[in-house]
Each structure stands twice: as C-alpha cells, then as structure tokens.
Design a protein around this ligand. Structure first.
Ligand SMILES: [Zn+2]
Ligand SMILES: [Zn+2]
Length: 185
C-alpha cells in the first residue's frame, strides 16, 4: 500500500485532513505529492476518495499541483499594469525605466534618450514625452505628423488634432494622406 511521507501527512493534516482521510488517500494508491499531481484535480480526487469533502480536496490539490501559485503569478501583472500605465521602455534597448523616470531622461541601460524624440505638429519644436514642452500640444505618432500638420492648417484646435487622428476611420485617413501628398507638391 502506498504511504505518504510524514511531511506530506503533516501538510495534509494542516490542510484539515484527518488520519482516516489520509489513510483513505493512501488506500487508493496515493503515496506522494507526485501521485496527487497525477490525480490532477480536486474533482478526480473526490471521486477516488469520497471520504474527503470538496473544500479539503480543493486545498490538497492546490498544494499538490501548485496551481494556486501559478494563478497568483498570472494575476500579478495586473496590478503592475495598472500602476504601470506610464512605465517607459527604452526605444533602443527596451529596458524598463525606473519609477522616477522623467520625460527626457537617458536610458538607465544603454544611455540613449529612452523615449523617441517627436516633433510637435503645432509649434514645430521637438522633444521626448507625450506632450510638447513648448506649447503643451499632445504629440502625435511620428508617422502621423504630416496628417496632424494638415489638420492644423485646416484650423482644427490644438487639442482636437490628436483626438481626431485617434478616432479617424482608416478610409478618411487615406483621403487625408492623399491631400498631404498634394500639399507637398
Ligand atoms: Zn536603452
Ligand atoms: Zn508644440
């Protein structure tokens, strides 16, 4: 008959299993944590050892499979993403910048300007970060700078231009691009 080690038995007791329940577990051939991992889930364990209750079987399988630990690890990035909304990654080497990173700082890893330097569609100055340091305009992606400049020429307000670009349907953007090309000639 399979026999769990003293440590394994003690862990099961700590989970709330009685001597009888542990004997029942051993009785179906479970002699180690690895055997429990073979069982795979609490439902199967309950089917094998009806003497357990669902909560106990769940606690045992969580321990045996380490699945709770996996779930915790998988859940961990969520809060990080929440406070990581303005985490900056270096555009050159992808290194994550420290929490006290300020727009314009050099990368802690490669020493280059961590953020891309973008031109302001409104005043023409350039700098890193999400907003122009000169005029406060929200900086648009470099690929859309020409579109933003065109919208400015059309008289769109400063804060409206980036918003329009974000919400503009692709076909409207295409039309705008064709006008940008004419504008260049
Ligand atoms: Zn870098
Ligand atoms: Zn500006």
């Amino acid at each position: 008959m399979a026999e769990l080690s003293n440590l394994e038995k003690n862990i099961l007791k700590a989970k709330g299993a009685t001597e009888e329940q542990i004997a029942s577990i051993e009785g179906v051939g479970i002699g180690s944590r690895a055997d429990l991992a073979v069982v795979g889930d609490a439902e199967t364990l309950l089917q094998l050892v009806p003497a357990l209750d669902a909560a106990l079987a769940g606690a045992i399988m969580t321990w045996a499979t380490g699945r709770a630990a996996v779930a915790v690890a998988a859940a961990a990035p969520t809060p990080m993403l929440v406070d990581g909304a303005d985490v900056v990654y270096c555009v050159h080497c992808k290194a994550k910048q420290p929490k006290d990173y300020k727009s314009g700082d050099l990368c802690i890893s490669c020493g280059k300007q961590a953020e891309p330097v973008r031109s302001c569609f409104w005043c023409g100055s350039s700098g890193p970060g999400a907003f122009c340091r000169e005029c406060g305009a929200e900086l648009v992606p470099p690929a859309e700078l020409d579109l933003a400049v065109l919208l400015r020429h059309e008289g769109l307000p400063k804060d409206e231009v980036p918003r329009r670009l974000r919400t503009m349907p692709p076909d409207e953007k295409d039309m705008l691009w064709s006008r940008v090309r004419k504008f260049r000639q």
